[in-house]
Design a protein around this ligand. Structure first.
Ligand code: GDP
Length: 297
């Protein structure tokens, strides 16, 4: 499970405050040092950790007295609130277009879980809102990518728009959107090409797709297990495309949690969902407050 190590270390950090009627500067310093190390061990971005510690320290020194809580509990509460804020505060929902279809452009590096996540999201909308999504296969560089999206579509019983690998992806997106309008699909997912790393040609293509499709959301899919690389990837994509949010996959295999804790603070863009496994149902809404409570145990 994600955050196991961090949970344990944070709980240890609070031990020396437990039951104390008053907390000295020295006590606080020791606890903050342990919290700082715990976050760094969890692979949280260095600058994010520094800012976090500063904020907690300032508030703890400000001694705002909260009714019913002893000093130790008050520090835990401050840490809880700051962890929640660091991950974005409250949950972020998908943007809905005033007029159908809502267009969701999905981007990400190869292997991050983009195609799988398109399926998971479409399935969720179908179930929750009786939505009628259309999936557009815009990755023309790997024939296997189109096959895979078609298989996902079959699995969740959602149509896939594809024109093979010989048509320009920008054209495919335009044709797919025309079909969605004709068929009154209420959601369109554009499954764009992924590469092993960010390159200029890909970014240029994604910018063009963005221009013609006017997406309501541009969601980056990143692999939680890659830690700070996921954060860098998010920064890179965000600079070029101005993302609206992030989906963090493979949280089920991430023992540290650094990406989940850093992405919002570094990029300013919230995590909307997390992938918790390979099945089409393994997608959770990301609730920063619940995640913070889970971390603090
Ligand atoms: P794409 O290249 O970005 O489209 O990635 P895929 O959708 O093909 O996913 C790559 C691999 O990651 C596949 O084996 C997926 O089953 C797997 N995968 C995707 N999301 C998750 C997740 O949340 N948890 C786990 N454990 N595996 C995932």
């Amino acid at each position: 499970m994600a955050f196991e190590g961090l949970s344990e270390k944070l709980q240890n950090a609070f031990k020396n405050l437990r039951g104390k009627g008053q907390i000295s500067e020295a006590d606080l310093r020791i606890t903050m040092r342990e919290i700082r190390l715990a976050l760094l061990d969890a692979d949280v971005n260095f600058t994010v950790v520094r800012d976090f510690v500063k904020k907690v320290q300032n508030q703890a020194k400000g001694e705002k007295v909260l009714e019913g809580l002893n000093p130790g509990q008050q520090i835990v509460k401050i840490v809880d609130d700051e962890l929640t804020a660091m991950m974005g505060g409250s949950a972020t929902e998908l943007t809905k277009a005033p007029k159908i279809p809502t267009v969701i452009m999905m981007v990400g590096l190869q292997g991050a879980g983009k195609t799988t996540t398109v399926g998971k999201l479409a399935k969720r909308l179908k179930q929750d809102e009786h939505a009628r999504p259309l999936l557009i296969a815009a990755d023309v560089y790997r024939p296997a990518a189109i096959d895979q999206l078609e298989q996902v579509g079959k699995q969740i019983d959602v149509p896939v728009f594809s024109e093979g690998t010989d048509v320009d992806p920008v054209q495919i997106v335009q044709d797919g959107l025309a079909q969605a309008r004709e068929n009154h699909n209420d959601y369109v997912f554009i499954d764009t090409a992924g590469r092993l790393q960010i390159d200029e040609k890909l970014m240029h293509e994604l910018e063009e797709i963005k221009t013609v499709s006017h997406p309501n959301d541009i969601l980056l899919v990143v692999d939680a297990m890659t830690g700070q690389n996921a954060v860098e990837t998010a920064q890179g994509f965000n600079e070029d495309l101005n993302l609206t949010g992030v989906i963090l996959t493979k949280l089920d295999g991430d023992t540290r949690g650094g990406a989940a804790l850093s992405i919002k603070a570094v990029t300013g863009k919230p995590i909307l969902f997390t992938g918790q496994g390979e099945k089409m149902t393994d997608l959770d809404v990301f609730h920063p407050d619940r995640m913070a409570s889970r971390i603090l145990g």
